[in-house]
Each structure stands twice: as structure tokens, then as C-alpha cells.
Write a protein that binds this ligand. Structure first.
Ligand SMILES: Nc1nc2c(ncn2[C@@H]2O[C@H](COP(=O)(O)OP(=O)(O)OP(=O)(O)O)[C@@H](O)[C@H]2O)c(=O)[nH]1
Length: 308
């Protein structure tokens, strides 16, 4: 190894001068202990983005290795919680004395949760894609928590059209009869001639980002996922026996949703919780009627905050 190695980041000047908003690394893969509110810390496999700004127009570049090694220490010795996030971002800035005064980090990972079946008492895993992002500017920490929650949506228009066909089929079958035989009708309703049409439904994703007001209480990830699933009523299921599938069919029938309905339910929910000081949500219905998607997007409407 040569005794003195060139140190471009420290000693060379920028070819073209200028400040930069963010410089760093993206998609760093590392295992990480994550602690969310009310849960024991657990290991996840994270993809990380680590950034600082570059305030000196003449400086050649930032010191990528310093950010990387700070992350590595968190991965090998620490646990990601709100305090660790603050410390990490603070260290990003202090390690770039004279070069940077803003720092940003994002962790993307799947968070697995045990989910109960609707009726049978069975359990299974669901993996929720999560992104935790922290930004430190002028000593102020801002934390964003994003999660994607899959659910089922049954089209209300299709359901109404199907009901009409069922009514028509009923008329055609029973119109000539003075009094209807109850047993005959019960049996007929159990056939595909009786329920002649079914509405289409689709796997859908609620993509929700919230800005946390007070992350000292921990990342309320389980709480947010539970709230979203409770509001929508038709989250996709893990373990399913027939009794669960039947209950799922009932829930879908009682929660018919356009993408507008789903977005309004979630907006109403998030507006009720002051802890989410801002939010941005996007509801994607991956249509089975069309080859394209039905989408609703909305934000809380905070001045200077998220916008759709
Ligand atoms: N700034 C910057 N560094 C890059 C880039 N691509 C790769 N690197 C490399 O990142 C490596 C780490 O840089 P530094 O953190 O400055 O490494 P170092 O000089 O050994 O570390 P310090 O002594 O702490 O400054 C260097 O080998 C750079 O060449 C880039 O686009 N920008």
C-alpha cells in the first residue's frame, strides 16, 4: 500500500462549483434491529438511503465512507428507534463538519406481523412494506412513516348491476307462480342460476405516509396498520379456512368500495389522529374490470406540507 494515498474528497476542488441539496448513497443493504411502539425489537433486512447536503461550493465531495460506517455501527451494535434515528442523523452532520448541515436517512424493509383469521382462529404472517425516513435540518427532526397495506375492494357499481341481474332472473323464474315455494326458492338461490352474476373485486393497495408529531413515543407502525385495516374492513388474509373465506365474502359485500370510498375512509381516519400531523395517501385498485388501475390520492392539506 502506498504511504500517502490521494484524498480527492478532501484535497481536490470541484470542477464546477455549486452547492447540492442531497449527496449520499442509496440502496445500501443491511440487517437491522428495528423497534416499533409496543413491540419487541426485531431484525429486518433493510435497504437504506443515507444523505447529507453539500454546502461548500468548492468542496469536491462528501465522505461517503463516514455515512456508511455510521450505518454499519447502527446495524451491528444498535437498534433503530426514534432516539437512534436522531443520533444517526446528528452524527451524519458532525462527521461532515464544514460540508453539511442537513441529513436524511430512509430505511425500507418488510415488517412481518402475525394476523388472525376472521373466524377459525388460525394465524399467519403478513409482510407489510415499510419506509421510515428521518430528516434533520436546523436541529429539527422530522420523521415520516410509510406503509403499504393490501386489501380487497369490490366494485359497488358492479355489485348493483349484478343485483339487478339476480332480480331479473328471479322474475323470470318465479313470476308465473302465485305463491312461491319457500324451499324451492331457497334451493334456487343456492345455484348459479339464482345468483346469476357476481361483482368484480380486486386486490388493492393503500399506500400511506404520515409525518409523526412526537416520535419519542416510538414508531406507531402496528397502530397505523391496524387502523388502516379496521377502516377498510377487507384486508387480504393470511391463513384462510372456508369459514374465514365466507366471512371475507360477507365483509366484501358489506364494504363495497370505489377507490374514492377507500381514500375517503382513510382520510377520515387519519384526520382523527393528531399524532399524524400530516399525511399523504394513495389508494390503488388493481382493477379486474380494466387492464388499468383506479387511483385516488389525497393529502391532509397542511400548509407547506404534503401535496397530492
Ligand atoms: N464523494 C464521493 N465519493 C465517492 C463517489 N463514488 C465513490 N466514492 C468513494 O467513496 C470512498 C470513500 O470516501 P471517503 O469517505 O472520503 O474516504 P476516506 O477519505 O478514506 O475517509 P476519510 O478519511 O474519513 O475522509 C472514496 O474512495 C470515494 O472514491 C462519489 O460519487 N462521490
Amino acid at each position: 500500500m502506498p504511504s500517502i494515498m490521494p484524498d480527492i474528497a478532501n484535497h481536490a476542488s470541484a470542477q464546477t462549483e455549486g452547492t447540492l441539496d442531497w449527496v449520499g448513497m442509496d440502496n445500501i443493504e443491511l440487517p437491522l434491529m428495528v423497534e416499533v411502539r409496543g413491540e419487541a425489537p426485531r431484525q429486518v433486512s433493510a435497504h437504506v438511503g443515507a444523505f447529507v447536503n453539500l454546502t461548500r461550493p468548492k468542496a469536491k465531495g462528501i465522505h461517503m465512507s463516514r455515512l456508511y460506517l455510521l450505518l454499519d455501527t447502527l446495524s451491528t451494535e444498535g437498534t433503530l428507534n426514534s432516539q437512534a434515528l436522531m443520533t444517526l442523523l446528528d452524527n451524519f452532520i458532525t462527521s461532515h463538519d464544514e460540508l453539511s448541515d442537513h441529513a436524511k436517512v430512509s430505511f425500507t424493509f418488510d415488517y412481518h406481523m402475525r394476523r388472525k383469521s376472521l373466524i377459525s382462529g388460525k394465524q399467519g404472517w403478513k409482510a407489510y412494506p415499510v419506509t421510515l425516513t428521518g430528516e434533520l435540518k436546523q436541529g429539527e427532526l422530522s420523521i415520516e412513516m410509510g406503509v403499504q397495506v393490501p386489501y380487497s375492494s369490490t366494485c359497488p357499481c358492479s355489485a348493483a348491476l349484478a343485483r339487478q341481474l339476480i332480480q331479473d332472473a328471479f322474475e323470470a323464474k318465479f313470476s308465473g307462480q302465485g305463491s312461491i315455494n319457500r324451499a324451492e326458492m331457497h334451493a334456487w338461490l343456492g345455484t348459479t342460476e339464482g345468483v346469476v352474476a357476481t361483482p368484480h373485486s380486486q386486490r388493492s393497495i393503500a399506500d400511506v405516509k404520515v409525518k409523526l408529531d412526537n416520535a419519542n413515543l416510538g414508531f406507531p407502525l402496528r397502530q397505523l396498520i391496524d387502523q388502516i385495516e379496521d377502516a377498510l374492513q377487507t384486508p387480504v388474509q393470511a391463513a384462510v379456512k372456508r369459514v374465514d373465506e365466507q366471512e371475507f365474502a360477507r365483509l366484501n359485500g358489506q364494504n363495497l368500495m370505489f377507490c374514492e370510498d377507500a381514500a375517503r375512509r382513510l382520510k377520515h381516519l387519519l384526520n382523527q389522529h393528531a399524532e399524524y400531523k400530516d399525511f399523504l395517501l394513495r389508494v390503488n385498485h388493481y382493477e379486474s374490470l380494466h387492464a388499468h388501475d383506479a387511483v385516488s390520492i389525497t393529502a391532509k392539506g397542511v400548509k407547506g406540507g404534503y401535496h397530492a
